[in-house]
Design a protein around this ligand. Structure first.
Ligand code: PLP
Length: 403
């Protein structure tokens, strides 16, 4: 791909013509005829929820990531909640996580009445800093929730070693990282429990949906019960056994994923390898284009990992620019590039700020990164022209504001 330098052009925000006429979103689903057919077939079948497609999709996911069990949920958030429950988190307990994540990672700890404790992130990958985690462990700590930020696996071996030493459970938030590899192993087969999301911007979608993978049969059983009101059998098991009797053995929720959604997931998983391959191509194109732009820092890839590239968050070198992140963000939007920001650090949201008294400045690496981050469009359905448009727009906007 060759992209002509366009830095002399007037940015659209200042009255120039935009790089493209229609908005390119930062992420979106790809749905083809086979997906639509699979959903239609399920709509015509006997089971709309908790039927054969749920078990088939769970088996496919467990097989794909290399875990013994996979338990589906109505969202990644529900899956996180269930994993926090299965860990036994309760009032008086603490769980350590990253501030640079979607709020759901920390919220699931609060759902259980426990306390999320943040540790700062590493400067390079923006993943949880295991040395910082070590300093936050107390007698109350029960779990660590590393986040595979943007699809780059966290420092799982170091975190698991730390967890082993202190008897903690590691719940990996891999909502960005389906398909990522860590030291030759697929994410989903490494931590005690790994949580995925199937939101439409993810590597595969079921509309809304989530999954926990684990090798632990007790966790798997608890997760299954938790998503079904705490009931020890599901409707299909009872129908097959010809029995009506069931028992509610714990306080659960209705967090079930439907057969309709799982039928879609089963088609989508067939395309996962190709989707990942396309995301990796796009990431490589971006990285090679941005290498020569001094004010743009592309994401760092650590040794022995293969990221899944849910996001492509660049960091701006602000001292080299005459405008801040906000202005560059608006300028890119005016070019019809649907940029985004991931994330406002969780402790800076009003709820966390007001409830726990965070003032800002507690996690300097995450907070400094946040001020410079812009997520560029990254999804497997992007065409080469889309990628070219993004590079053109970044070059144009950054070129205009360069000092
Ligand atoms: C890191 C992270 N954790 C959890 C979630 C929650 O997933 P869901 O939207 O499926 O509830 C998301 C959603 O994007 C996420 O990015």
């Amino acid at each position: 791909m060759t992209v002509a330098p366009v830095s002399s052009e007037v940015p659209a925000i200042l009255g120039g013509s935009p790089v493209r006429q229609t908005l390119l979103p930062y992420g979106r689903q790809s749905i083809d005829e086979s997906d639509i057919q699979a959903v239609v077939e399920t709509l015509r079948s006997d089971w709309l929820t908790t039927g054969p497609k749920v078990a088939e999709f769970e088996d496919a996911m467990a097989g794909w990531v290399g875990a013994k069990y996979a338990v589906s949920f109505s969202s990644g958030t529900a899956a996180l909640h269930a994993a926090a429950f299965a860990t036994g988190l309760q009032s008086g307990d603490e769980a350590i996580t990253s501030p640079l994540t979607f709020a759901a990672t920390a919220n699931c700890v609060l759902y259980q009445g426990a306390m999320p404790v943040f540790a700062d992130v590493l400067e390079d990958t923006l993943n949880l800093d295991h040395e910082q985690v070590a300093t936050r462990i107390t007698a109350r700590t029960k779990a660590i929730l590393p986040v595979d930020y943007a699809g780059h696996p966290a420092e799982l071996d170091s975190i698991l070693q730390l967890a082993d030493r202190h008897g903690l459970i590691v719940i990996e938030d891999a909502c960005h990282a389906l398909g990522a590899e860590y030291r030759g192993r697929r994410v989903g087969s490494v931590a005690h429990m790994t949580v995925f999301s199937f939101h439409p911007v993810k590597h595969l979608t079921t509309g809304e949906g989530g999954m926990v993978t684990t090798d632990n049969p007790v966790f798997a059983e608890t997760l299954r019960r938790f998503r079904n009101h705490g009931i020890s059998s599901d409707a299909r098991q009872r129908q097959r056994a010809g029995q009506w009797h069931y028992e509610m053995v714990l306080l659960g929720f209705n967090y079930r994923l439907t057969d309709i959604a799982c039928a879609l997931g089963l088609q989508q998983i067939k395309k996962l390898e190709a989707n990942l391959e396309r995301r990796r191509q796009i990431a490589a194109q971006y990285a090679s284009e941005f290498r020569c732009m001094a004010s743009v820092v592309a994401p760092v890839v650590g040794p022995e990992v293969n990221p899944a590239w849910h996001l492509f968050p660049i960091r701006l070198d602000l001292p080299r620019l005459s405008a801040g992140r906000g202005e560059l963000f608006q300028a890119l939007r005016a070019e019809n590039i649907g940029v985004n920001v991931h994330y406002i650090p969780v402790h800076r949201h009003p709820y966390y700020h007001d409830r726990f008294g965070y003032k800002g400045g507690e996690f300097p690496v995450a907070e400094a990164a946040y001020e410079r981050l812009i997520s560029l469009p990254m999804f497997h359905g992007m065409s080469d022209n889309d990628v070219e448009d993004v590079v053109c727009a970044v070059r144009k906007v950054v070129g205009h504001y360069a000092n």
